[in-house]
Design a protein around this ligand. Structure first.
Ligand code: NCD
Length: 364
């Protein structure tokens, strides 16, 4: 195989490294992706490098490679999703895998079938990967004992969402590279770091119930960034012991120093209760209002995993700023998920006729 997929498939990345700091419920394996801790710093870097190859593939006339031809990828979504499911399915199709799509609301779960029987039924059809989203933390890990397929966590309860963290790291890395490439470092305030080391990232909002926050704390800190969590006490976990972060409830005191402003939705569906008495008051204290957006450092990057609730965690004017990376995050998600699928499934034997197939499909 060649170093970049100009005619064939990307190179196989080096094996994943062991876990670093991790919240509970994680496992280290190179066959599944359940937590950012499964990758560690070297694994995150490997996936990002591999994603560069898939970004290049996306710029081709036919943005497709045969790397996973003959493999079947099943998406098992037991909870709502727009971008994550579509992103995984697009990624799998760009690698020429067959895609099987399971949706809980139209399945035999509705007739009372158990989760285990459902998983074993899908497994019996012969799938190579199961991409799982579930409202309960730990379900993707549980599923690994019911199938021989690779299991990828696409969001489990309030535990983790590793591919979201990977695409967020990739998006920040891309923005920093574009900035240093263009030489546009002018503007008020201190010059931001050129890499993750020393980068100050604020994660703002419902940290307590957010799997995105957990995965991103692991990923950003593994890469050397300083993470500050900003939330009211009720939206922070009861203990932050072992989390490599600072925490504050004073957004305005940290805002001017942030290189990345990462906003989170309030996860009302996970709390089982009304989390906040007044969303307008929340917007005033913790939202990226139009007025706060004007006070950001000119180099600050604005991010959100989606879905955004405009008027609560982010004002429409702030969501639409040129420095907002929200649609970039979505676009990069396809490259990252292609890299993850290739990393887990591709190394065991990409089809022999790659180059010839590429020629036929116009990618030579
Ligand atoms: C997030 C999720 O589902 O955890 N969305 C996503 O996958 N892009 C965040 C959220 O739902 O708020």
């Amino acid at each position: 195989m060649t170093a970049t997929p100009t005619t064939a498939t990307p190179t196989t990345p080096t094996p994943a490294t062991p876990a670093q700091t991790t919240p509970a419920l994680t496992t280290t394996t190179d066959r599944h992706l359940l937590s950012v801790a499964d990758l560690g710093r070297a694994g995150i870097d490997d996936i990002m490098t591999l994603a560069d190859s898939f970004k290049e593939v996306s710029e081709r006339r036919i943005p497709k490679v045969p790397a996973l031809r003959g493999k079947t990828v099943a998406t098992l979504f037991f909870e709502a999703s727009t971008r994550t499911r579509l992103s995984f399915e697009t990624a799998a199709k760009r690698l020429s895998a067959d895609v099987m799509s399971f949706s809980a609301s139209s399945s035999s779960l509705e007739k009372g079938e158990s989760l285990r029987d459902t998983v074993e039924t899908i497994d019996a059809m012969g799938v190579d990967a199961m991409i799982v989203r579930h409202k309960s933390s730990g379900v993707p890990m549980r599923i690994t004992s019911w199938t021989s397929a690779s299991v990828i966590n696409a969001g489990d309860g309030q535990h983790e969402h590793p591919t979201q963290a990977l695409l967020d790291c990739y998006t920040i890395r891309e923005a920093l590279a574009a900035r240093s490439g263009s030489g546009s470092r002018a503007g008020a305030g201190a010059e931001p770091p050129a890499g993750f080391a020393g980068l100050r990232i604020g994660i703002i909002g419902d940290i307590k119930h957010s799997r995105v926050a957990r995965s991103n704390v692991l990923a950003f800190s593994a890469l050397g960034a300083d993470v500050v969590l900003v939330a009211p006490r009720t939206l922070l976990p009861p203990s932050l012991e072992g989390w490599p972060v600072e925490a504050t409830a004073e957004l305005d005191s940290v805002l001017p120093d942030l290189d990345v402003v990462y906003l989170l939705r309030i996860q009302a569906e996970r709390a089982g209760q009304v989390l906040l008495p007044d969303l307008d008051e929340y917007h005033v204290r913790f939202g990226l209002t139009a007025e706060r957006a004007r006070r950001l450092s000119p180099q600050a990057l604005v991010m959100h995993p989606g879905p955004m609730i405009r008027g609560v965690e982010i004002a429409p004017e702030a969501a639409d700023l040129p420095s907002s990376l929200v649609t970039r995050q979505v676009r990069n998600g396809v490259f990252i998920r292609s890299a993850v699928l290739f990393h887990l499934l591709g190394a065991s034997g990409p089809p022999a006729a790659d180059a010839a197939d590429d020629e036929k499909s116009g990618n030579a």
